[in-house]
Design a protein around this ligand. Structure first.
Ligand code: F0G
Length: 449
């Protein structure tokens, strides 16, 4: 039936599997891609025409509007009945409100020309983060396989999104979260949407390892190691390119955690370039938080002086092993206030390296303080984002200061999630020493005359 298949990303292996197989790696343990046997036969104009959706939720959806590029169900994408039978959507809401916005105050702060800086708030998705893009496609695959229960490990946003989509589809949902290390609003969402929460003593890396160990063999994993999740996250880039009339920007900037977004953006650009839909490849900039900066250290040769690279699939795996052993032996745990990206062992490291090689990417690191200021200036521009997303303006500023990003470069940053922990904002503004703090005024006594 299908012209799509799964394939191992290792050029020396390239094992293939049917689209209906559910597995997170090939039989040799390498990550998998979803692949399409032919170039989508479409004109780019169709996507913006669909925006005038005429009550078709698959046209309204910012994910399924681009269904020709993610058509792993191999359906007739113009046939509404077929779309309705296969595609999972929260009434067209995923990706619907996300597009690049100009933000003049942020532009001034980071030092990029105000007409050339765009930020795309993915927090305006139904569950409040970019995860909904990928959850729509992962659950579409789960539905194809007649799955009854999905599972994930999460720093909070994946679990919120998984719980929301699962409840809407009538599937069960189990989420493994690091106890006390996720934003309260995210925990509340998982409970609100009826997921079974499993609190793990440890960090996200421990929760992921436990989930992969404990989850029953028939449970469907929706973490970003699932290649069908990454297919949906490609639409973040389609929406950017569509807004820019399919002229590539100079830079795409993401916060880096498990590197699902980085991997997905890389795959998206590889396909669009190979299929001839774009002529220029934007450069990826991935921003780590200090204290959760495995990629930054390995990519820039800060550990052991060797720069970790994809090298067309010949990655120095021993360097990664050595770094993880060093972390374990010295009890080095990822630590940042931006709990969303408090991750020490990025599960998509190999795909992330592939993306960085294809795009001539860079990896930068920012402190918690820099992320707080980044988050605050986005807020003063009238947009919402969480602390991890504050890494994006902070990273752009740092790359501008080094002249890696030039003042006139066209830069698009992804604000990955909205604020789900008001205390983070309140505490920032209560401290007048913070750069953008607008400290509340207090009156100790109100006298009525
Ligand atoms: N920003 C936010 C708001 C996130 O929630 C995450 C990841 C990232 C950035 C990092 O993205 O993993 O693709 O590099 N959150 C995951 C979760 C880990 O469980 O919600 P990445």
């Amino acid at each position: 039936m299908s012209s799509a298949y799964q394939e191992c990303i290792d050029p020396k292996c390239r094992l293939r599997y049917d689209i209906r197989d559910f597995r997170l790696t090939c039989s040799k343990g390498h990550p998998l891609d979803v692949k399409y046997s032919s170039r989508p036969n479409i004109e780019l104009g169709i996507f913006s025409m669909r925006r005038n959706h005429g009550s078709n939720i698959y046209n309204e959806s910012g994910v399924w509007r681009f269904r020709n590029f993610i058509n792993f169900c191999s359906i007739d994408t113009e046939n509404y009945e077929e779309c309705a039978r296969y595609l999972v959507s929260l009434d067209g809401a995923e990706g619907r409100l996300s597009k690049p916005f100009k933000m003049s105050k942020v532009a001034e702060y980071v030092g990029v020309h105000k007409d050339n800086l765009f930020l795309q708030p993915e927090g305006y998705n139904p569950s409040g983060s970019f995860k909904d893009n990928g959850m729509a496609t992962a659950l579409t695959h789960a539905k194809l396989l007649n799955v009854k229960k999905i599972v994930c490990a999460s720093t909070g946003n994946t679990s919120a999104s998984a719980a929301m989509y699962a409840s809407n589809e009538g599937m069960g949902c189990e989420v493994y979260v690091p106890r006390g290390e996720i934003a309260i609003g995210k925990l509340g969402q998982a409970l609100q949407f009826g997921a079974q929460v499993i609190e793990v003593d440890g960090n996200f890396d421990d929760a992921l390892a436990m989930m992969l160990r404990e989850a029953s063999s028939n449970a469907y994993v929706v973490n970003s190691v699932n290649p069908f999740r990454l297919e949906g996250q490609k639409t973040i880039v389609y929406r950017i390119l569509e807004y820019l009339d399919w002229e590539s920007p100079d830079w795409l900037v993401y916060p880096g955690g498990a590197l699902g977004n980085t991997s997905s953006a890389g795959k998206c650009l590889m396909e669009l370039y190979e299929w001839g839909f774009i002529k220029k490849i934007p450069r990826l900039a991935v921003i780590n938080a200090e204290g959760a900066d495995t990629l930054y250290k390995l990519y820039n040769g800060i550990f052991n002086g060797v720069r970790l690279r994809w090298k067309d699939g010949s990655v120095d795996l021993s360097l990664i092993d050595e770094y993880y052993r060093y972390m374990d032996k010295n009890n080095i745990k990822p630590r940042t206030d931006a709990t969303a990206i408090q991750i020490g062992k990025p599960a998509n490291l190999l795909k992330g390296l592939r993306a960085l090689e294809f795009t001539d990417g860079v990896v930068e690191v920012v402190s918690d303080k820099e992320m707080y200021d980044g988050m605050a200036i986005v807020g003063l521009n009238g947009f919402d984002c969480e602390l991890a997303s504050g890494a994006v303006p902070a990273g752009i500023k740092k790359l501008r200061e080094q002249e890696i990003i030039k003042k006139d470069d066209v830069v698009v940053g992804i604000l990955t999630g909205r604020q789900k922990d008001p205390n983070i904002v309140i505490n920032y503004h209560l401290n007048p020493a913070n750069r953008f703090a607008v400290t509340p005024k207090r009156y100790s006594k109100v006298t009525v005359k």
